[in-house]
Design a protein around this ligand. Structure first.
Ligand code: FE2
Length: 515
C-alpha cells in the first residue's frame, strides 16, 4: 500500500468517525425563516414518497445554519388542515448535507393525495402535497404529468411554474438544466449575483438562488417530482470526466463531486441516490400501476467523450459532418454507458405497462442541422452517438415494447418527432414517438434554424422555439395527449396558452396533431 493511499484511508476513517459525534440541536433558535427554500416531494411509491426540505435561514450565503445537526419533524395528513394525521416522524438535518432532509416515508394508502409539512426550532414549513402511486399492477385510469427543463434564471421569470402548479397533475418530471452554472444570453430580467460555481459552497448558493423563486417552490409543493440532470448542473457540455475545456481530470471530477452533492441536497431524491465522491446514480424506473412505466435516464455521467470537438477547446460539442468526422459513427460509442444501457434494455423488455415513457435529457431524433447536400450533426446530443441510438431503437422495435414515448429537453425548442431505427430510410417504420419540451426560461433556437430542421428531417413533425413553458401530458389506456403550454417568460404576470397539442393513439407510434 502506498503512503498516499494509507493516508487517504486514515482521513476517510476520521471523516466517517466524525459523523455520529456531530452535535444534535433538538430545539435550535432561528433568527429568520429556516424554510426559505420551500418543500418538495418526489418518487412517490404505492405507499409513500420522499419528502424534502433544507434548513437555510440565510440561503444565498451558505445557509446560515450552525455547524451542528438539527432535528426536523415531519407530519403527513389526509387533509390540508392536518386534522387527520396519517404519519409522523423525525429526521436529522446534518451540516455535511447542508441541513437538507430526505425523509423516505412508507405505510400510506395507494393512489391517494396527502399533505405534508416540517417543523424545526418552533417554526413550521409551508405545506406540500403528493399523490402516492397506484398499487403495483393496478388499472389506473389516468396519469397527468408535466415535464420541464432549462430554467436559466437570468433569462426569464418562472411564470410557467406558477401555471403548472395550478394544473390538475399527478407528477412533474424535470429533464435537466435546473440551474445554469454560467451567465449568458440576451435580455436578462434578473441576475445570478455570483460568478460561476466550482466549489460545493458555490453550487449550494446557486441552488438557493434558483430555489428562492416562489413559482418554482409552488410547483414543487403542488406535486411530487422525478428528476434527472443535464450538463448545466455541473458545466456546459461536460461528458463523463471531461469538461468542455478539457480541464485536468482530477480537478474536473472534484468539481463534478461538488455539483452532484449540491444537486442531491436540493432535490427530493431517495437516500440511495446520495453521491459517493464524483459518482451518483440517478437513473431509475418509476411505475404508475399498469398504466405507465417511466425509465429515467442519465446521459451525462457515463457517456463517451464527444467526437471531433473544436480544436481550441479539446472537449464539448461541435457541429460536424460524418464525412469530416468518421469517428462519430464508430460502433460501441455510448451515451448511457454499458451498465445503464443493459439496465434500460432489460427494463423496457420486462415492462408490462401500457405506456413506456423514456425520460431523458436531449433530442433523440436525428437532426441534420444545415441545408443542402450532405449531413451535419451536433455532437453533444444523441446525434453524436448514432450507433447507440440505433441499437436502442432496434431493441424497442424488436421487443415490441408497448407504446414507447421519449420525452426530452435541452434544445429550448418544442419538437414532435417520429423515431425510426434508420432515419435516412423513409421506408423505415416509426418505432416510437418523441416529445421535446420547450424551456422554462432559457432562450430558444432561431426560428430560421428550425425551418432547416423541418426541411432536412422529414421525421420531425413539429419544431417551435417561439415560446417558453412546459408540456402537460395526459395518459389513459387509449391515448397520450401532449399539450404545449407556453408563456412570455419576460413577464412574471404572463398568462398561459396552449400553443399546440399532439396525440398518440394506443398501439400506434407517431403523434398526430390535435387533442
Ligand atoms: Fe438548457
Amino acid at each position: 500500500m502506498s503512503l498516499s493511499r494509507r493516508r487517504f484511508l486514515v482521513c476517510a476513517a476520521a471523516a466517517a468517525a466524525a459523523v455520529p459525534i456531530t452535535r444534535l440541536l433538538a430545539q435550535p433558535k432561528f433568527a429568520r425563516n429556516p424554510f426559505s427554500l420551500g418543500v418538495a416531494s418526489g418518487y412517490p411509491s404505492p405507499d409513500g414518497a420522499v419528502l424534502w426540505t433544507r434548513l437555510a435561514p440565510d440561503p444565498l450565503a451558505g445557509g446560515g445554519m450552525p455547524g451542528a445537526a438539527v432535528e426536523v419533524a415531519w407530519e403527513i395528513a389526509a387533509d390540508g388542515g392536518f386534522r387527520q394525521i396519517a404519519l409522523r416522524g423525525k429526521e436529522r438535518a446534518a451540516p455535511q448535507w447542508a441541513h437538507s432532509v430526505h425523509a423516505e416515508v412508507a405505510g400510506l394508502a395507494p393512489g391517494r393525495w396527502y399533505f405534508y409539512r416540517f417543523h424545526a426550532g418552533g417554526t413550521t414549513s409551508p405545506v406540500g402535497r403528493f399523490r402516492t402511486a397506484p398499487a403495483p399492477g393496478a388499472a389506473a385510469k389516468r396519469l397527468a404529468f408535466a415535464f420541464a427543463s432549462c430554467q436559466q434564471y437570468e433569462q426569464g421569470y418562472y411564470a410557467a411554474y406558477r401555471h403548472m402548479a395550478a394544473e390538475d397533475l399527478d407528477l412533474v418530471v424535470h429533464l435537466g438544466d435546473y440551474i445554469y452554472e454560467s451567465s449568458w444570453g440576451r435580455n436578462h430580467v434578473r441576475k445570478h449575483e455570483a460568478g460561476e460555481p466550482v466549489t460545493l459552497a458555490e453550487y449550494r448558493n446557486r441552488y438557493a438562488c434558483y430555489k428562492s423563486d416562489p413559482d418554482l417552490q409552488a410547483a414543487h409543493s403542488a406535486f411530487p417530482w422525478l428528476v434527472t440532470w443535464d450538463d448545466h448542473e455541473v458545466q456546459n457540455d461536460y461528458a463523463n470526466d471531461r469538461s468542455q475545456f478539457a480541464h485536468p481530470r482530477d480537478k474536473f471530477l472534484a468539481r463534478r463531486a461538488a455539483a452532484y452533492q449540491a444537486y442531491y441536497e436540493h432535490m427530493p431524491l431517495p437516500r440511495r441516490m446520495a453521491p459517493r465522491g464524483p459518482d451518483m446514480q440517478i437513473y431509475t424506473r418509476w411505475d404508475y400501476g399498469a398504466l405507465a412505466r417511466f425509465h429515467v435516464l442519465d446521459d451525462r455521467q457515463y457517456r463517451d467523450h464527444q467526437v471531433c470537438p473544436r480544436p481550441e477547446r479539446g472537449g464539448g460539442s461541435n457541429v460536424v459532418s460524418p464525412a469530416d468526422c468518421p469517428g462519430i459513427a464508430q460502433p460501441g460509442r455510448t451515451l448511457l454507458g454499458a451498465a445503464q444501457e443493459a439496465w434500460l434494455n432489460e427494463g423496457l423488455g420486462a415492462s408490462a405497462a401500457r405506456w413506456n415513457v423514456v425520460a431523458q435529457q436531449t433530442v433523440m431524433a436525428q437532426v441534420d442541422r444545415f441545408p443542402g447536400e450532405g449531413q451535419s450533426f451536433w455532437t453533444d446530443g444523441w446525434d453524436g452517438y448514432p450507433a447507440a441510438r440505433e441499437l436502442l431503437l432496434q431493441h424497442i422495435a424488436g421487443t415490441k415494447v408497448a407504446n414507447p414515448v421519449v420525452i426530452g429537453g435541452d434544445v429550448h425548442t418544442a419538437v414532435v418527432a417520429d423515431l425510426k431505427a434508420d432515419f435516412n430510410d423513409p421506408r423505415s417504420p416509426v418505432v416510437a414517438t418523441e416529445f421535446v419540451g420547450t424551456s422554462i426560461a432559457s432562450q430558444g433556437i432561431s426560428q430560421k434554424s428550425l425551418e432547416t430542421w423541418r426541411a432536412e428531417n422529414p421525421h420531425i413533425r413539429y419544431a417551435n422555439s417561439s415560446r417558453r413553458g412546459y408540456t402537460a401530458v395526459e395518459l389513459t389506456a387509449k391515448r397520450c395527449v401532449a399539450r404545449l403550454r407556453t408563456v412570455n417568460e419576460k413577464s412574471n404576470e404572463s398568462p398561459v396558452d396552449t400553443l399546440a397539442a399532439w396525440t398518440v393513439e394506443d398501439g400506434k407510434p407517431g403523434a398526430q396533431r390535435g387533442s
